[in-house]
Design a protein around this ligand. Structure first.
Ligand code: BJW
Length: 238
């Protein structure tokens, strides 16, 4: 089956790669939904990944993201991230990389034009619409930092449940999915929408790369049971 998929890669004029948390698992970043080690195995997403949770307990949510930032800053892109970046360098314009990950590892590996659907954990933004007094550089240090004039708080620039994805990035991802001849869906459980819906609207063949079954397997032309950092370098070498 790998040989069949390698042939599809070689023949495809426009490849879309949609990645999720499993893409970074071999770098040492926990996934969300793994039953033993996933982030949600220890924490309830509704208590951490919603605006409502942040407003109810800002320091708890801020500290959880601060903990994850400290963890992610210490890890490195893996062979899968590097294989994607190298392919894009060798084949300019042939690969569109869409990620649900907020860890920035694709960008650190050198992938150009990454469409980051769920934001960037290393950026902050104001919780409420900023007023003229809100200056992120002058925010009072705290957990979370805040504006000393109006009390507005900084929050991580990630997309929580119930929030809209960045409109232009989602539109570009949808266009790419509708125009591709091959989509590789790597390391995602496929349960979170609208990201998972991209695989269902892909114009071309869909290949799942994941050691476990996913909610998107029914839409796939091929399922490769394996790990991202092992399979991507094999599939993407010329
Ligand atoms: C490996 C591996 C290895 C391990 N190699 N693989 C339609 C139907 C149903 C519900 C909805 C719907 N449309 C919208 C919704 C609601 C909601 C949703 O999807 N809910 C479902 C959970 C039921 N969606 C939203 O709320 C979205 N917003 C939205 O729709 O706005 C529109 C709107 C707004 C208001 C009113 C009306 C409409 C926003 C979703 C935001 C998701 N945010 C999070 C948190 C980001 C910040 C943070 O990091 O804290 O994004 S949740 C979390 O899940 C994170 C991830 O990006 C996302 C996806 O998870 P992912 O990447 O798939 O990880 P896992 O852990 O689930 O899977 C890892 C996989 O890797 C596993 O399969 C492993 O086997 C595998 N793996 N090792 C390869 N080595």
């Amino acid at each position: 089956m790998n040989e069949q998929v390698r042939a599809w890669v070689r023949a495809a004029r426009h490849i879309v790669v949609l990645t999720g948390a499993g893409m970074s698992a071999e770098s040492g970043v926990p996934t969300f939904r793994d039953a033993q080690t996933g982030l949600w195995a220890q924490f309830d997403p509704q208590q951490l990944a919603t605006e409502e949770a942040f407003r109810a307990n800002p320091s708890r949510v801020w500290d959880w993201y601060a903990f994850r930032r400290e963890m992610i800053i210490k890890v490195e892109p893996n062979a899968g991230h590097r294989a994607l970046a190298a392919f894009a360098r060798r084949h300019p314009g042939r690969l569109t990389l869409i990620t649900q990950n907020v860890d920035g590892l694709h960008q650190r590996a050198g992938s150009p034009g990454v469409l980051a659907l769920h934001g960037n954990i290393f950026e902050d933004k104001w919780l409420d619409t900023p007023k003229s007094c809100c200056n992120a550089h002058a925010a009072v240090a705290g957990s979370p930092p805040y504006c000393d004039r109006c009390g507005n708080m900084l929050r991580p620039n990630v997309v929580w449940f119930g929030e809209m994805l960045p409109v232009e990035i989602l539109a570009a991802a949808e266009d790419a999915a509708r125009a591709c001849d091959l989509m590789l869906v790597v390391g995602t459980s496929g349960v979170v929408y609208p990201a998972a819906g991209l695989a269902r609207t892909a114009a071309g063949k869909v290949v799942i790369i994941n050691p476990e079954p996913t909610d998107l397997d029914d839409t796939a032309d091929a399922v490769l049971p394996g790990k991202a950092a092992e399979l991507l370098p094999q599939l993407l070498e010329d």
